[in-house]
Design a protein around this ligand. Structure first.
Ligand SMILES: O=C(O)CCC(=O)C(=O)O
Ligand SMILES: [Fe+2]
Length: 153
């Protein structure tokens, strides 16, 4: 897991938070490439640019439990997530953890926007379909998730 942008998501012994620098090197995160900002502009419907892009490598067997993205101050900005490499089974619920869910397969190049009412819906990754793509060296799936963390302006 690593980050691009002016803020990165960090999780360590001290807990989890957004911060401007890499926790080991102390250096700023690399900028979010223009190609990703272009995708944000095309699909988010939100003028302010994302401050954070989480880069998460799902290796064999990796999952992400059902959760809501609620660590951002800006609750109005959508979350834009890009899937690369192996396909994954994405589970999307509603505002309540116990509510019904639907599953969909995300393949390489798919873009998911959690915006509007779905911004705070439960979601997760049930499993990654190992070997379904040769894009990522050594196999696996890379998820890029762009977020506006602090309220712009
Ligand atoms: O990997 C995905 O498609 C979802 C990632 C996610 O929900 C998150 O990073 O909060
Ligand atoms: Fe999430």
């Amino acid at each position: 897991m690593t980050n691009l942008g002016s803020l990165g998501w960090v999780s360590d012994q001290a807990g989890y938070r957004y911060q401007a620098t890499h926790p080991v090197t102390g250096l700023p995160w690399p900028a979010i490439p223009q190609a990703l900002l272009d995708i944000w502009a095309a699909v988010s419907g939100y003028a302010p640019l994302p401050q954070a892009c989480l880069v998460n490598l799902y290796q064999q067997g990796a999952k992400m439990g059902l959760h809501r993205d609620e660590n951002e101050e800006d609750r109005d900005a959508p979350v834009v997530s890009i899937s690369l490499g192996d396909s994954a089974i994405f589970r999307l619920g509603g505002p309540e953890r116990s509510g019904p869910t639907t599953s969909l397969k995300l393949t390489s190049g798919d873009v998911v926007v959690l915006g509007g009412s779905s911004r705070h819906f439960y979601h997760g990754i049930d499993r990654v379909l190992a070997g379904s793509s040769s894009l990522v060296q050594g196999g696996g799936r890379i998820n890029l998730t762009m977020r506006v963390v602090r309220r712009p302006g």
